[in-house]
Ligand binder design. Structure first.
Ligand SMILES: NC(=O)C1=CN([C@@H]2O[C@H](COP(=O)(O)OP(=O)(O)OC[C@H]3O[C@@H](n4cnc5c(N)ncnc54)[C@H](OP(=O)(O)O)[C@@H]3O)[C@@H](O)[C@H]2O)C=CC1
Ligand SMILES: O=C(O)C1=N[C@H](C(=O)O)C[C@H](O)C1
Length: 250
């Protein structure tokens, strides 16, 4: 049995992970931790893998604590940048176990991971690309971590293809052109009734391709979360890995 701890267990995602672990034949829940509780209760004597879904302002500290406790960590919380990722790499270099793993995924839903992958492939064939993400209104960060990741993948693909900036004659902008991530405009919609959705719009003169992923409920993320837990428990992914495509044959 894989012993799994959940950090952020009372949250929307954390509660779904608790249920998914309880429903899995090969896993047992070791600890549930939420705001105000010390994640250092989790250690390598009681837990194999900790799953972390909290808030961007708390996630790095939780992950560093769990690394020091000798536990592998699967992280779904957003808000990661290169500086934070480097702190995780440094902590792993000094971790209690030589083969310790941290796995971070901007999105655990296969539809979103494939949309991201296809968008990067398609980006080198289109003059214009913009990203629209649409979420439930309780989400605290915008744009979504997934949309930032998608925009960065599109930008890398365009750079590789030797593309310059996209055509854009905008002169006045009160904010309606969205946030520019690595040269790609990203727009965020917050609407009651939505869960997690992303559209990538790609345009050439006279044609358009739209790639869209919809997560209608949080169950869509659970298969990816459990896959990551099993992969880390089986070993073979020491250090820091980012993105569910790490485990997929894309
Ligand atoms: N990678 C993926 O596939 C997905 C990622 N996400 C991301 O996951 C994160 C969580 O989302 P969601 O579950 O909707 O958010 P919620 O606000 O529902 O849950 C966050 C939980 O973390 C708790 N929390 C806050 N600070 C700490 C702390 N220091 N230690 C432990 N627990 C803490 C909160 O408690 P309290 O409210 O009392 O402060 C709350 O219970 C977000 O960053 C979101 O973008 C979401 C869906 C999918
Ligand atoms: O907060 C959410 O709900 C989600 N957050 C992640 C993100 O910001 O990309 C993943 C998914 O979009 C759901």
């Amino acid at each position: 049995m894989i012993r799994v701890a959940v950090v952020g267990a009372k949250g929307r995602m954390g509660a779904s992970v608790v249920q998914a672990v309880n429903d899995a034949d090969d896993m047992q829940l070791s600890h549930t931790i939420d705001h105000g509780q010390d994640p250092a209760q989790i250690n390598s004597d009681n837990t194999d893998v900790a799953v972390e879904f909290t808030v961007p302002s708390a996630s790095l500290s939780n992950v560093l604590t769990l690394i020091a406790q000798g536990v592998d960590v699967v992280v779904g919380t957003t808000g990661w940048d290169e500086d934070k990722l480097e702190q995780v790499r440094q902590a792993l270099a000094n971790a209690p176990r030589a083969d310790q793993s941290v796995f971070i995924a901007p999105n655990f839903a296969i539809s979103a991971v494939l949309a991201d992958h296809f968008a990067a492939q398609a980006a080198k064939y289109f003059e214009s690309v913009e990203v629209v993400e649409l979420h439930h209104p309780d989400k605290i960060d915008a744009p979504s971590g997934t949309a930032i990741h998608t925009a960065q993948a599109i930008a890398a693909s365009r750079r590789e293809a030797g593309f310059g900036p996209m055509p854009d004659g905008t002169v006045t902008d009160g904010g309606s052109r969205g946030q520019v991530v690595d040269g790609v405009h990203v727009h965020a919609v917050r609407l009651r009734g939505l869960n997690a959705h992303e559209e990538i719009l790609l345009g050439n003169a006279g044609e358009q391709l739209v790639i869209r992923a919809d997560s209608f409920d949080r169950g869509s993320f659970m298969q990816g979360v459990l896959l990551a837990v099993r992969k880390l428990r089986d070993g073979g992914y020491p250090g820091l890995n980012v993105g569910l495509d790490t485990f997929l044959d894309l």
